[in-house]
Design a protein around this ligand. Structure first.
Ligand SMILES: N[C@@H](CCC(=O)N[C@@H](CSC=O)C(=O)NCC(=O)O)C(=O)O
Length: 278
């Protein structure tokens, strides 16, 4: 693991690292905010998964989360959204496939299957790596994300009960097997295997019996992708109701899909995770 950038912010450090990923068979970049408390003791971690077209940079620059992470003594761990580089397959004409669009699944279809294993990377490899090298409390972690990353956060938690203390999401893709972005990526990465699609779909996971403590979701009512049917929080809400899965779905009046929306509510999400991480 190589530290390539470090800047002091709110008494802590916003760092960027590169390392070789065994899961993705390539160099990966991630960012991490270490709060001031980490200078004296190990701290809990909140993983943030970003959306389509993002790198590790979008969240750290646009969300304003570091102030709240410093306040609560929580580290932020911000992976990239896919492997990258000349040897990694891409679909440059599509913003919603390939590099920048890993969809947090383990691909099984060529040419994606060698490198696009973001599920294993985020759920297994990255936590193992950062807990080994950085001042974190082993196993004390929560997860959140936006859009494609909200989908990633929901499935990571639903598929691994007990692994995360809490999960929240901003405008998540709740039912990808029934939405254009999800269908495109699942077809490319997973092929035609319906069981595999369901295994990476938050709504199907709840329908199949996955159960967690309360899930927090914020969704803007003026979100262009909500209107397009890409997100489908109503399908997830119905599944949660049916399965008695506690869900706080907050429809936020007038907010769109952007980081302005995330920046507005990220402080509330971090405070909510902090309670679970205590
Ligand atoms: N119109 C955009 C589409 C990409 C986009 O909106 N990406 C969102 C996430 S959408 C779901 O995962 C995002 O977070 N963008 C980065 C940002 O900093 O806002 C396009 O064509 O790029």
């Amino acid at each position: 693991m190589k530290l390539i950038e470090s800047v002091k912010e709110f008494g802590g450090y916003l760092n960027r690292y590169t390392h070789y990923s065994v899961a993705c068979q390539s160099e990966m970049t991630f960012s991490m905010y270490l709060p001031p408390q980490a200078a004296h003791s190990n701290v809990p971690a909140l993983y943030w998964l970003s959306g389509l077209t993002c790198t590790d940079d979008n969240f750290r620059v646009k969300a304003g989360a570091q102030r709240y992470a410093a306040e609560h003594g929580i580290a932020l761990i911000i992976p990239d959204t896919s492997p990258r580089g000349d040897s990694v397959p891409d679909a440059p004409e599509h913003y919603d496939l390939g590099q920048g669009a890993g969809f947090y699944v383990n691909a099984v279809q060529p040419p994606w299957d060698k490198h696009f294993r973001m599920y294993d990377y985020v759920v297994e490899e990255l936590p193992h790596l950062v807990e080994m090298h950085l001042p974190l409390i082993p196993g004390v972690k929560s997860i959140s994300g936006h859009s494609m990353g909200g989908h990633g956060a929901l499935i990571a938690a639903l598929k691994n009960p007990g692994a995360y203390r809490s999960v929240s999401a901003f405008a998540p893709i709740c039912h990808p097997l029934n939405a254009a972005w999800g269908k495109g990526c699942f077809t490319a990465y997973l092929g035609e295997n319906a069981a595999l699609w369901q295994a990476y779909d938050a709504t199907c996971l709840v329908q199949a019996g996955a159960h967690l403590p309360e899930i927090l979701i914020d969704q803007g009512t003026a979100d262009e992708f909500l209107v397009d049917g890409q997100l489908q929080p109503e399908a997830f809400q119905a599944a949660c109701l049916q399965a008695e899965q506690p869900l706080s779905l907050r429809m936020q009046d007038g907010y769109d899909h952007s980081y302005h929306f995330i920046a507005t509510f990220i402080g509330e999400h971090i405070a909510w995770h902090a309670k679970a991480l205590r």
